[in-house]
Design a protein around this ligand. Structure first.
Ligand SMILES: *[C@@H]1O[C@H](CO)[C@@H](O)[C@H](O)[C@H]1NC(C)=O
Ligand SMILES: CC(=O)N[C@H]1CO[C@H](CO)[C@@H](O)[C@@H]1O
Length: 161
């Protein structure tokens, strides 16, 4: 009986450590010129902050993703082996940066906005090119240009960075 209880605890410990590992997925570099996935802080312009949950629309909405600094025209890379699941756009009305892609990999489903992907389907290995950052400065002059990372279930992506 004691042995049985001991084994149950061991089994539980193994299962728990597996669950913890799943949440420890980390994104590899997303953007050329930024190997550390630097997060966008708060702009001195009117565009607000890049963290998840930051205020948008004067407090009417919340930022549903995390912004990673990336220059206009920079190359955006696959952060790990990914499958491309089609187009995902940030806005209802079109502008110069209204493009992006829905991706899955490492058990995660997420979207990258403001990126012009080379392709909307297929698979890529970690570090391969997804596409190019669109001209954010044309739409939001003075903003810290960035890739917007948003989980498909709108949960907080910060723990993966
Ligand atoms: C993204 O793609 C996946 C896989 O095709 C799909 O299940 C999911 O609904 C898509 N998510 C969004 C928010 O578009
Ligand atoms: C292209 C780009 O955004 N580069 C930035 C990457 O991060 C370094 C260090 O944080 C910055 O100095 C670069 O401007």
């Amino acid at each position: 009986m004691r042995l049985y209880i001991l084994f149950s605890f061991l089994l539980l410990a193994v299962i728990c450590s597996c669950l913890v590992d799943a949440s420890q997925v980390k994104f590899g570099p997303l953007c050329s010129g930024n190997s550390s996935n630097r997060k966008r802080g708060c702009d001195e312009t009117k565009y607000g902050c890049g963290n998840y949950g930051a205020s948008r629309g004067g407090g009417k909405r919340k930022h549903e993703g995390l912004d990673i600094v990336c220059a206009d025209g920079a190359t955006v890379y696959a952060p790990f082996d990914v499958k491309l699941n089609g187009k995902a756009v940030p806005y209802n009305n079109n502008n110069a940066i209204n493009d992006g892609i829905n991706l899955s990999g490492e058990g995660l489903c997420f979207k990258l906005f403001y990126v012009k992907p080379d392709s909307y389907s297929g698979t890529l290995k970690k570090g391969q090119k997804i596409g190019t950052l669109l001209p954010m400065q044309k739409v939001y002059p003075g903003i810290t240009s960035h890739v917007h990372v948003q989980m498909c279930d709108k949960s907080d992506p910060t723990k993966y960075f």
